[in-house]
Design a protein around this ligand. Sequence first.
Ligand code: F6P
Ligand code: MG
Length: 511
Amino acid sequence: MSANGVKLPVSAQPNTGPAGHSAPSKVTLHLGHLPSKKDIKGPWPRTPTRIDPNNPPWPAYRGYHEYSFAHATMGVRLPTILGKAIDDTFRTLNEQSSEDKVVDLVQCIERMDVLMTDLSGNAKLRPIIDDGEADVALWNKEIAKFFQGKDFMNAPWLFAEAYKYRRLHEAFSVSKHWADYDVFYRQKCDTFSRSSDAVFELSMRFAEPFSLGEHLSPAERLEAERLMFLELTQVCLWGNSTDLSLLINMTEEQIKSLQSTGGEHLAATEKNILGNHLPQVWDTVRELRHKTGGRIDFVLDNAGFELYCDCVYADFLIQSGLATQIRFHGKRFAWFVSDVTKKDWEWLLNTMVYGHLFPNVTEQERESLRRLGQRWKQYEREGKWVYEQHPFWCTGYTFWDLHSEAPDLFLHLSRSDLVFFKGDLNHRKLTYDCAAPASTPFDVAIGPMASAAGAPKICSLRTIKSDVVVGLESDELAEKLDNEEDGWKISGKYAVVLLSEGRPGEKVRFA
Ligand code: F6P
Ligand code: MG
């Protein structure tokens, strides 16, 4: 058959016409005068008519997908993390004296054991017990509407993983004495104390309010400010590569190298930012002074060292006058091991001012940390820094549903001039954690967070630690890394800095 010909089946059975003549079973057409065949790429990989938590805009990652990080996480990492949490609770148990509290804590451990059995036995996802928390209705509505009969492995990974952390919280929240217990608290404090080199590298530079030098012309000042902005954005970005859930087995040396904040290192790491909107982010921020006065929000990720980097960056934004107010959004309870809670926030600021975490440092270094902490606490008193904790951040919903499930939060964020989302999990939630092509533009990947009226400008500062990757110039770049570098999506070596312009200033509307 020539390239221009096509065989069309006339019928599966030989056809015998009224006159008894046998028709041929195939008719051959010659299509030489039609346009030649084109190399058409299929739509990737489908366009669902309905998007919901069980049907993301592109296929979801699920625990049983052996090719994805979901599989290792659900099957190995989460049980390991839970096992460590149980060990931590035993340690606390051994420190107690009151019988009432001991018995109460033993029951918490029993509930954690049940969770371990459910997780390793791949049980179905049951509703969350009403423990009086503000998020219970959101959890149970989502389970009833989208995940009836689903289990840990066949529910979308994002939901199943978040659910595990909510069940862990429930093990304590229904108790009498231990409702606020944080099984990861000790580990979170440890990361900061183990990060001394990078901590003092920054505190020694920023203890004193910085000045750009009186002798500079306005243009030179702006340039100096731009360079500082770019360096500190990278400090804030790479502070995310050291989250506890992945670094449990890392040596001190490996952590130090990941945390290196030296200028040369930063220049070298910029090439690892695979989708890089840093120049656009600077253009946005430098305008703020002249426009609205500048409210910047941080949807925080991890406590300890990462939070410290976030605060150094936020301090620069305030001191430079680029922003007048920073709002930090944290979690209400222990979440994905290392995420910031109110207690972690307070701990950091207080340990900087009053603590003795670093026995081997000079008095000068200790003083630098103290001054930095004092300044940050002063920002809080003056209302320049505000810490918040909306219940929506600890639900299984992605941020595609923030507009519909937490309208008050959407409205609140819409009043911000720029919202930074830190880290891997926030990025997964922005992008619905699904297999979108790597070249999908960021504002397409985040759906209503970019397209809804009033959506704020959003910047994702994320080191890549899981499967979803968007905002790259081409799919080929991701394919090349797939072929050449095993594990590039989970190493934290690569990053993205992606900006969505949103629809700021438009009136927010809800259906
Ligand atoms: O368990 C996987 C995960 O959710 C990944 O997204 C990431 O590796 C980690 O946990 C959390 O990372 P981050 O603290 O940057 O959100
Ligand atoms: Mg985290």
